[in-house]
Write a new protein. Structure first.
Length: 317
């Protein structure tokens, strides 16, 4: 796509975002993501599915299971998100030597870590190719990690049920997602990352949290929407974490039960999964506070029209 066409498409997209008319269904190919993600979307089927499917580009590693290239998605203006520029992932603290070779091949020039200090303390710092140092940009999890450590560490099934059962875990997750919108500190961290992403001088970059699904999932959803990727495609990318993390998370639950630390490790499932209603909690908060997705980008995150055009110029072809 020529630069003139990119700018025209950008102007059309930004105008549509500003007045809330960006079509959610445009180019809404439905990718098969497996039973976990499919179940999460069952209450929101999309009637305008197309037979062809966009491929979600996972980077297979041994020490991380949710590493993906955000490129490849079609935009509603007819463009396509460039590959090899932005990656999303879970924590990189357990990468093997083979993984480091693979990651080195991505040509990353920046890694942004959204984990809080407690997560780093327990899980360890990123293990990265030589020459790369992660940028710490903590986004609050409302104490979720500490709550999990306390609940599991207690070994007390009654306490675990009181902390996580009866819909409390799900409510906790919805509260966390709302803070992605309400917290000035969280918004500042997301905004800084998006501005760096838009910088034409910035090479390929990766951002991540612990599981690569909530803080990372929200920012990826926001970025894709800002690029004009249809809402349905951005949601599908968000929900794909259930597919990529499903087997690993099941092993974690099995290990906790076998060790005797949890009699009912299924209490963790709402915390391990991404769900449409978690994302909906954030988008409803966004609309309540800023009126529209465009309002969140410009007023909530403080992104200028120039920032949004730079994102398009750099990431959409």
């Amino acid at each position: 796509m020529s630069r003139a066409r990119i700018r025209l498409a950008t102007a059309v997209m930004l105008s549509a975002l500003a007045i809330g008319t960006l079509p959610a269904a445009a180019h809404a190919e439905q990718a098969p993501l497996g039973p976990a993600a499919s179940a999460a979307r069952q209450h929101r089927p999309h009637p305008q599915a197309h037979p062809q499917a966009e491929t979600i580009r996972q980077i297979p590693l041994q020490g991380a299971v949710n590493v993906r290239d955000l490129g490849g998605y079609r935009t509603y203006t007819g463009g396509q998100v460039r590959q090899g520029l932005v990656y999303r992932s879970d924590a990189l603290s357990k990468l093997t030597a083979a993984d480091l070779t693979t990651v080195s091949g991505l040509g990353l020039t920046k890694v942004v870590d959204f984990r809080i200090p407690m997560e780093l303390q327990y899980d360890g710092a990123d293990r990265l190719p030589s020459g790369l140092t992660p940028t710490s940009r903590p986004v609050s999890d409302l104490g979720l990690y500490g709550t999990l450590v306390g609940a599991i560490g207690s070994g007390d099934p009654v306490k675990q049920e009181q902390m996580l059962g009866g819909g409390r875990a799900e409510a906790y997750m919805r509260d966390i997602y709302r803070t992605f919108v309400t917290s000035p500190e969280n918004r500042a961290q997301f905004a800084a990352t998006l501005r760096e992403t838009a910088d034409g001088r910035q090479g390929p970059m990766l951002y991540h949290c612990t599981s690569g699904k909530d803080r990372t999932g929200w920012l990826s959803y926001v970025l894709l929407r800002a690029l004009g990727v249809p809402q349905s495609s951005a949601e599908r990318d968000y929900l794909a974490s259930n597919t990529f993390r499903g087997a690993y998370d099941a092993q974690v639950r099995a290990g906790l039960k076998q060790s005797g630390r949890m009699q009912n490790p299924d209490l963790l499932i709402p915390l391990q999964e991404v769900r449409q209603d978690y994302l909906d909690a954030a988008t409803a908060q966004l609309e309540a506070e800023y009126g529209s997705f465009y309002g969140y980008l410009t007023k909530g995150l403080g992104l200028s029209l120039r920032d949004l055009v730079k994102l398009q110029d750099k990431l959409v072809r």
